[in-house]
Write a protein that binds this ligand. Structure first.
Ligand SMILES: Cc1ncc(COP(=O)(O)O)c(C=O)c1O
Length: 406
C-alpha cells in the first residue's frame, strides 16, 4: 500500500500514525519543504503550496465598516420590502427540499436570464454561476489551461490574471491608449501575433469605465483563433447609443457575452453571474462546472429578483446621473477623469494616491486604490454618499496628501 493510500485510507480509530493524531506528522510522508513539521498550526510557508502561489495573497478590496462605501461598484440601494419578502418566501420553499440536490442545470433560471437579455436568446444559450467571476473561471477551465494563453487589454479587471494563474494559463496584456480606449488595428495585430486561446474584452472596462465599440469586438473576433469573451458586467450603466456585444452572437459562434446581477441589478449578495453564447459553448462550460454548483436558494432567489427586473434596475438612471455629476465635479477641481460608461469614475492623478485614499477613509469614505499609478476609483452612490465624498475630497485636496503628479 502506498504511503498516500495508507494515510488517507486508514479507518477511523486505526492505529496508523496519520489517523491516530492529526497533529502528529506521519513519518512515512516527510515533506522536505516543511520548515516546522511539529506544529499543529503551521504557517502558510510551512505548507507545500504550488510554487506559483507562494507569496500570493487572497484578492479583494478591503471590507471596512465606514458610513460611505464607494469602493466595489455596488448598487447602493437595497431591494424593497416587497422584494425582500418574496426572496424570503422563495428561500423558504427551497428550504423545504433542502435534503435534495438542486436542479443541476438551473434550466428555469437560465430561461429567465435569456428572457431578461432578449435578443431571441433561449435557455440553452445561457450559462449561470456564482457570480461572473465563476463564469469566467469556467471559461478559462474549458478553453485555456496549460500551454494556452489568455489575452486582455490593460489596464483591466484585476481578477483576470488570477483566473489565468488558477487555471495554469498564460496571461498576456496589450496596452490601451492613454485615454484607455482600445486601438482597433493594434488590437487586431496583437491578437494575430499572440494567437491567444481566449481574448477577454471588458466593456465597459473596469477600472476605467471605457466602453468598446462593436466594430472593435467584431474585428477581434474576425482574427481570434480561439474564443472571445466580452465582459459586460456594467453594460446597463452605459450611455445611450452604447451597443451590447449580444448583437454579434448570431454571426460570431466563438463569442460569449458575460453579465452579472451584482452591479445594476442590485444583487451582489445573491452571487449570480451569467453568460450568453452558442449552445455548444455552454456545453463546454457544463463539462468543467462542479456538480450542483448553483444552490437551490441561489436559483430561487435570483428568479425572484429577475421577476422584479424593472424595480431592481430602477436606480440605474439615477446612478448614471451621479456618475456624470461626480465626473464633472472632479474635472472642475482640475483632476484628470476617465470617460465612464459604468457606475464608477477613475480619477487622478495623485503623487501619493494611498494618502488620498487614507484621508478619505479617515473622513468615513471608502473608495478604491486601483488602476495605473496615481489613479483612484469612486463608485456612484446615493446623493448623500456623493455629497460626503465631495466634502471629504475637498478637504483632502487642501492637505499635502492632495498633491498631484507632475
Ligand atoms: C469587469 C468585471 N467583471 C466581473 C466582475 C465580477 O462580478 P461578480 O462575480 O460579482 O458577478 C466584476 C466585479 O467587480 C467586474 O468589475
Amino acid at each position: 500500500m502506498s504511503a498516500l493510500t495508507s494515510a488517507a485510507g486508514a479507518p477511523a480509530g486505526s492505529a496508523g500514525p496519520a489517523s491516530a493524531n492529526p497533529a502528529t506528522p506521519n513519518p512515512a510522508t516527510p515533506n522536505p519543504a516543511t520548515a516546522n513539521p511539529a506544529t499543529a498550526n503551521p504557517a502558510l510557508a510551512d505548507l507545500p503550496l504550488r510554487p506559483e502561489l507562494v507569496g500570493e495573497v487572497p484578492y479583494g478590496a478591503p471590507q471596512i465598516d465606514v458610513p460611505v462605501l464607494l469602493n466595489v461598484n455596488e448598487n447602493p440601494y437595497p431591494p424593497s420590502e416587497r422584494v425582500v419578502a418574496e426572496i424570503a418566501a422563495a428561500a423558504a420553499v427551497a428550504a423545504r427540499s433542502m435534503n435534495r440536490y438542486p436542479e443541476r442545470d438551473a434550466t428555469a433560471l437560465r430561461g429567465d436570464l435569456a428572457a431578461y437579455l432578449g435578443h431571441g436568446l433561449t435557455a440553452d444559450q445561457i450559462w449561470a454561476a456564482n457570480g461572473s467571476n465563476e463564469v469566467m473561471l469556467h471559461v478559462l477551465q474549458a478553453f485555456a489551461g496549460p500551454g494556452r494563453t489568455v489575452l486582455s487589454f490593460a489596464p483591466t479587471y484585476s481578477m483576470y490574471p488570477e483566473y489565468a494563474r488558477d487555471t495554469h494559463s498564460g496571461w498576456v496584456t496589450f496596452p490601451r491608449r492613454d485615454d484607455f480606449t482600445i486601438d482597433r488595428e493594434a488590437a487586431v495585430a496583437a491578437v494575430l501575433a499572440e494567437q491567444p486561446d481566449v481574448v477577454l474584452v471588458t466593456s465597459p472596462n473596469n477600472p476605467t469605465g471605457t466602453a468598446v465599440s462593436l466594430e472593435t469586438v467584431a474585428a477581434i473576433c474576425a482574427v481570434a483563433p480561439g474564443v472571445v469573451v466580452v465582459d459586460e458586467a456594467y453594460l446597463e450603466f452605459a450611455r445611450a447609443g452604447t451597443r451590447s456585444a449580444l448583437e454579434l452572437l448570431p454571426t460570431h459562434p466563438r463569442l460569449a457575452v458575460s453579465r452579472t446581477m451584482s452591479k445594476a441589478f442590485a444583487f451582489a449578495g445573491g452571487r449570480l453571474g451569467y453568460l450568453a453564447a452558442a449552445p455548444a459553448f455552454v456545453d463546454a462550460l457544463r463539462i468543467v462546472r462542479l456538480p450542483y454548483h448553483l444552490s437551490a436558494v441561489t436559483q430561487a432567489v435570483a428568479r425572484v429578483a429577475l421577476a422584479h427586473a424593472p424595480e431592481m434596475l430602477a436606480a440605474v438612471d439615477e446612478l448614471r446621473a451621479a456618475r456624470d455629476d461626480v465626473a464633472s465635479w472632479l474635472a472642475g477641481r482640475g483632476l484628470a477623469v476617465a470617460e465612464s460608461d459604468a457606475n464608477f469614475v477613475l480619477f487622478g492623478r495623485f503623487a501619493d494616491r494611498q494618502a488620498v485614499w487614507q484621508g478619505l477613509l479617515e473622513r468615513g469614505v471608502l473608495i478604491r486604490v486601483v488602476g495605473p499609478e496615481g489613479w483612484l476609483r469612486v463608485s456612484a452612490g446615493t446623493g448623500a454618499e456623493m455629497a460626503a465624498f465631495r466634502q471629504a475630497l475637498t478637504e483632502v485636496l487642501d492637505t499635502p496628501a492632495g498633491q498631484r503628479l507632475a
